[in-house]
Design a protein around this ligand. Structure first.
Ligand SMILES: *Cc1c(COP(=O)(O)O)cnc(C)c1O
Length: 355
């Protein structure tokens, strides 16, 4: 340990922050398995669209130039895909989340988070010096709008994930609207999995000035490795977000790939059909309690096993899944399993029947 470590902020001196799934390479080595089923990170099992690969390759050849700071081609592709909304972009939705926090939150101010959920909202807000207040969901993981409103009414920024990671369920648009009408600050509604659901929150953007819809190209659009996120924002927020954003946060290769992928939605829709079929089959065949899902994963209650035990036993059978133990506010007996390719899903079902 170097004495220079005293320079590190107290905030980072404690336990480690974001918890990552085990790597497939580690599991393969430890158990001597050639091909591990990678069902731990909600990735798309298929490679990006050929159009995206072609556009990214062309952009790589012009890599000596800085990227377009305003992400013009991506924003135009987003308008073609979604219609005439105001968009901002970032290095993954994670980058968008950090920039939104930087834009509106002074250190010491309250940020609320509906939990259990994706941990990065709390980590990013805490790192910025915000006071993070968690609002527990109900026992069945639904969101009680009254409880959410009570805790968030005066907060400048509130985070709600729908469909939610890791529970898989969604908040009805009417409930989101009730929240928007009652709170004084901004609602960041994380829609990372929206393409796998039948819900459309976009009409709410036309009626409310305090809604941000966070989106990512990492899941349905198969570009997790390229780090592309964006958000629908109210018009007033756009210029201030740009001031707070890291210059050139999105690289030219990612920008080109994202714009091209949005122009080739058939591939994305095909994966969504595959996911819908398999998540029904997971829920039918898994011999544990499962939760309904609007996403590309299913949460499973593996008690009397703990999540960690189930992850180890499945890893020994060549299937990598995620324990939910690190999600604040969730018990220690849940795992989250992504929908993969057919062979991965079949191997997982056999393995879990065998636990
Ligand atoms: C995967 C995920 C993200 C992060 O997306 P990136 O664009 O890869 O940063 C955001 N929110 C939720 C709920 C996620 O599961």
């Amino acid at each position: 340990m170097s004495s220079m470590q005293r320079l590190v902020r107290a905030h980072y001196a404690g336990p480690a922050g974001y918890s990552f799934a085990r790597s497939a390479e580690d599991v393969a080595r430890e158990y001597g398995i050639d091909r591990v089923a990678r069902l731990a990170s909600n990735e798309n099992p298929r490679p990006p669209s050929p159009a995206a690969i072609e556009a990214a390759t062309a952009a790589l050849r012009a890599g000596n130039r800085y990227p377009d700071a305003r992400a013009t081609a991506l924003v135009e592709a987003l308008r073609r895909y979604h219609g005439d909304y105001r968009f901002v972009t970032g290095a993954g939705m994670d980058g968008v989340i950090e920039t939104v926090i930087r834009t509106v939150i002074e250190p010491g101010e309250v940020v609320t988070v509906s939990t259990p959920t994706f941990s990065f909202y709390g980590l990013a807000a805490g790192a910025h010096g915000a006071r993070v207040v968690n609002i527990p969901r109900s026992e069945d993981f639904s969101v009680d709008p009254a409880a959410f409103i009570k805790a968030s009414r005066r907060a400048k920024l509130a985070f709600l994930c729908s469909p939610n990671n890791p529970t898989g369920n969604s908040v009805p648009p009417e409930d989101v609207e009730e929240i928007l009408e009652a709170i004084e600050g901004l609602l960041f509604l994380d829609n990372a999995y929206i393409e796998f659901s039948d819900i459309d929150y976009r009409p709410l953007m036309r009626r409310h000035e305090n809604l941000i819809l966070g989106r990512t190209m990492s899941k349905a659009f198969a570009l997790a490795g390229l780090r592309i996120g964006y958000a629908f924002v109210p018009a007033w927020l756009g210029p201030f977000y740009s001031r707070a954003a890291t210059p050139f946060a999105l690289n030219a290769v990612s920008l080109a790939a994202a714009a091209a992928a949005l122009g080739d939605p058939d591939r994305m829709l095909e994966v969504c059909d595959h996911v819908r079929l398999w998540r029904e089959r997971f829920i039918e065949e898994i011999p544990f309690h499962t939760f309904p899902s609007d996403t590309n994963f299913v949460m499973i209650d593996v008690s009397p096993l703990t999540g960690e035990e189930a992850v180890e036993r499945l890893a020994a059978k060549g299937v990598l899944v995620r324990s939910c133990t690190s999600f604040p506010g969730l018990g220690d007996h849940y795992i989250r399993v992504s929908i993969g390719e057919d062979w991965e899903n079949v191997r997982f079902i056999e393995a879990i029947k065998d636990l």
